[in-house]
Design a protein around this ligand. Structure first.
Ligand code: IFM
Length: 395
């Protein structure tokens, strides 16, 4: 191990957490659109998942043991509003207990409202393609802000808007399985509106609430030192990393960065650009994703232009053998600190994910967790790599 890995220094008060999302860990959210499509055989079954719905206390105790001081969770909308306009007391009470447990552990609490799933009733009415979907989302945000006031430190409206729009409306891999560029663009437009509507709804209840977004951004590099390659990287960076943020910048208290992807682009006369990633010689995760820890530094530096506090709301690696994760985390934290030293106002880092999860259409194969979950027995085991958080020096 080199010195970079062993000496991670972070400012006191920095949030060091893990992230998760309801559908990926809770199990049996039977009123969600994903569950419906899983039952139809169009997606791998999530079943009990990690049974986090019943085991959240144990999971958060383990997070504390790992050395974390913050947690990003999501509230499953279909548990709160299983039928249109009908609020579930059981659903609400559950999340109150979840947040209370985190408070007892002295954890900062970040809560996401939309992390890829919808209530089934809304999906059946056209979901986020419709004006009604946006209005329903604002109403849901308002209801949670009203009922969880004082229990949430940071609200995230939408997780990875472009990923959701692309997977659901452009590539047709996720619900609602559409393959239409027009619908993709419409979904992006509607998610911008949904974010703003939820922002206002939360502020209506609590002016002091802090509201942000979890924005997926990729680190792009030109393949060659050529004008057209550099140009295409600028265009890709604008549309992929900034367009959404620019549209909502007046409705943001902080920015969340989800960082996973590193790509090299070449200008292409026919297609505009092509990815030339095959020859990049960097470690890859079990999912084949290329890692580039320094990329987080450039992205964080770049986000300074918005003059808002920044959180790394997700960064993680699928690595079942657990032989890459420790280095992955320490190197990313090293570059986060460099970005802070450069002047980026980075306030926290959330590793994805606390436990192993249901990785959407990839099922349970990818293992991102700091905590390994045996899906047969639901036994938990802290992975060796999670020890990295105990090596941090607070300055
Ligand atoms: O599991 C997902 C998460 O739901 C959103 N961000 C990326 C993670 C890994 O693919």
């Amino acid at each position: 191990m080199n010195s970079r890995e062993t000496k991670i220094q972070l400012p006191k008060g920095f949030l060091l957490g893990a992230a998760s999302s309801a559908h990926q860990v809770e199990g049996e959210d039977k009123n969600s659109d994903w569950w419906m499509y899983e039952e139809m055989g169009r997606l791998p079954k999530s079943g009990l998942a990690c049974d986090h719905y019943n085991r959240f206390e144990q999971d958060f105790d383990l997070a504390k043991q790992v050395g974390l001081n913050a947690m990003r969770i999501s509230v499953e909308w279909s548990r709160i509003e299983p039928e249109e306009g009908k609020w579930s007391v059981t659903g609400l009470e559950h999340y109150k207990k979840v947040l209370k447990k985190l408070k007892d552990l002295n954890f900062a609490r970040m809560v996401t409202l939309h992390h890829f799933t919808l209530p089934r009733w809304l999906a059946e009415k056209g979901g986020m393609e419709t004006k009604e979907g946006i209005a329903a989302f604002a109403r849901f945000a308002w209801f949670l802000a009203q009922n969880l006031k004082g229990e949430v430190d940071f609200w995230i409206t939408v997780n990875e808007p472009e990923v959701y729009a692309a997977m659901g409306y452009r590539f047709g891999t996720w619900p609602p399985f559409q393959k239409s560029t027009r619908k993709f663009l419409k979904a992006i437009g509607n998610l911008i509106k949904a974010h703003k509507a939820a922002f206002h709804a939360i502020k209506q209840v609590d002016l002091e609430a802090l509201v942000g977004i979890a924005k997926n951004s990729a680190f792009l590099e030109p393949d060659r030192d050529k004008f057209l390659d550099r140009l295409i990287v600028r265009v890709g960076d604008y549309f992929g990393n900034h367009y959404f943020l620019r549209r909502i910048r007046k409705h943001l208290d902080f920015i969340g960065l989800n960082y996973y992807f590193y790509e090299r682009l070449q200008f292409d006369w026919k297609k505009g650009f092509k990815r030339v990633n095959e020859n990049i010689d960097v470690p890859r995760s079990d999912m084949g994703w290329r890692t580039n820890p320094s990329g987080i530094y450039y992205l964080l530096r770049d986000l300074r232009r918005y003059r808002k506090p920044i959180f790394v709301t997700e960064n993680g690696i699928a690595n079942a053998a657990d032989n890459m994760r420790r280095r992955f985390i320490s190197e990313h934290l090293y570059w986060v600190k460099k970005a802070i030293d450069f002047g980026a106002d980075v306030r926290g880092y959330f590793y994805w994910s606390l436990t192993d999860t249901y990785e959407w259409h990839d099922g349970f194969n990818p293992k991102f967790g700091l905590i390994e979950v045996n899906l047969e027995t639901q036994e938990r085991k802290i992975r060796e790599s999670a020890g990295v958080f105990k090596e941090i020096t607070w300055i």
